[in-house]
Design a protein around this ligand. Structure first.
Ligand SMILES: O=P(O)(O)O[C@@H]1C[C@H](O)[C@@H](CO)O1
Length: 312
């Protein structure tokens, strides 16, 4: 059946949606990615609701949504009200953009992010970063819950991300795939200085002040939603990854593409199991609980990092 260029094929209980362009060319959802103009519409919609320009975009990781609750003069806009925005489907991710002031700096927080395993293509998972940029944000702070691969990391510690391994990119999946719009950024953006060194140095000092055990290391993202096998984790360790999660990398690539300054950290919510005899299982409840357990100290930490950025 074809309606308005959308073809719906029934396969048992599932429906496969195929798209056809004006010339009948086959298109996938990936070809239907948002345009610069549609994201300007999204940003304009938000600008009408919010009387200030956010300087920093903050993405709250699993169990860390309460970071957004610390804002002063909050304006909360549920994702379902925002034109061209996806919806959050994960427990522990609320699903709203929260505007307000943190340490007197105007910010916008994603309370709930979009993950690849929810069924969104990577460009859609990262779409809010472009909206943040169009709203005027010059910096991105991406936070995530992650498993600790480095044997020196303990649950509740924080790892400042100094670099990432884009494993999904190795498999040919990248948020920047498809036609490039130069108004966002260049076709071939460099990624060797993705994480701002000055902010890492400043954040290390801040972590000491607030009593947060801190590390600096390499994050890697898999598609999820299953947690990793023992062999996969051993391989990731050998590759040089210190933490593993299911987000952040594509958001950071999108932010660097549009020239945002990036700071990111992982909250270690579980130690990765690399021993076949270990009977424990990682689980999402534990991930959220650790986020809650570190809520206050993380709020304090992020607030001070934001203050540092705002004072520049
Ligand atoms: O959104 P983040 O990356 O913080 O969430 C991690 C990865 C999965 O979504 C979830 C697993 O518990 O936590």
């Amino acid at each position: 059946m074809t309606t308005n260029g959308v073809k719906v094929n029934g396969h048992g209980n599932t429906q496969n949606i195929e798209y056809f362009g004006d010339n009948g060319q086959h298109k996938t959802e990936d070809d239907n990615r948002s345009t610069y103009e549609s994201l300007v519409q999204t940003a304009d919609f938000l600008k009408r609701l919010v009387p200030f320009k956010p300087e920093i975009g903050i993405i709250c990781g699993s169990g860390m949504g309460s970071l957004a609750d610390a804002l002063r003069d909050k304006i909360e806009v549920p994702y379902e009200r925002i034109p061209h925005f996806p919806r959050s489907t994960v427990k522990g991710h609320a699903g709203a953009l929260v505007f307000g002031y943190l340490a007197d700096v105007p910010v916008v927080c994603m309370k709930g992010r979009f993950h690849y395993y929810e069924g969104y293509p990577l460009w859609k998972c990262s779409l809010p970063v472009r909206v943040m940029k169009l709203l005027g944000a010059s910096h991105l702070i991406a936070t995530n819950a992650a498993g600790g691969l480095n044997p020196n990391y303990r649950v509740g510690d924080v790892m400042l991300v100094k670099d990432h391994i884009n494993l999904m990119g190795f498999a040919g999946n990248n948020p920047l795939q498809g036609p490039n719009d130069e108004r966002f950024g260049p076709r071939f953006p460099p990624m060797n200085q993705a994480y701002d060194r000055d902010l890492i140095t400043a954040a290390k000092k801040v972590a000491q002040e607030v009593g947060l055990p801190i590390h600096e290391g390499v994050y890697t993202c898999l598609g999820g939603p299953n947690f990793e096998t023992v062999s996969e984790l051993r391989m990731l360790k050998m590759l040089g990854a210190d933490t593993v999660g299911m987000s952040t990398v594509h958001e950071v690539i999108t932010a660097r593409h549009c020239d945002m300054t990036v700071f990111a950290f992982s909250l270690i919510t579980n130690e990765c199991i690399t021993d076949y005899d270990c009977q424990e299982n990682p689980n999402h409840e534990e991930v959220i609980d650790v986020g809650k357990m570190r809520e206050e100290v993380l709020k304090n930490f992020v607030q001070r990092v934001v203050k540092h950025i705002g004072g520049k």
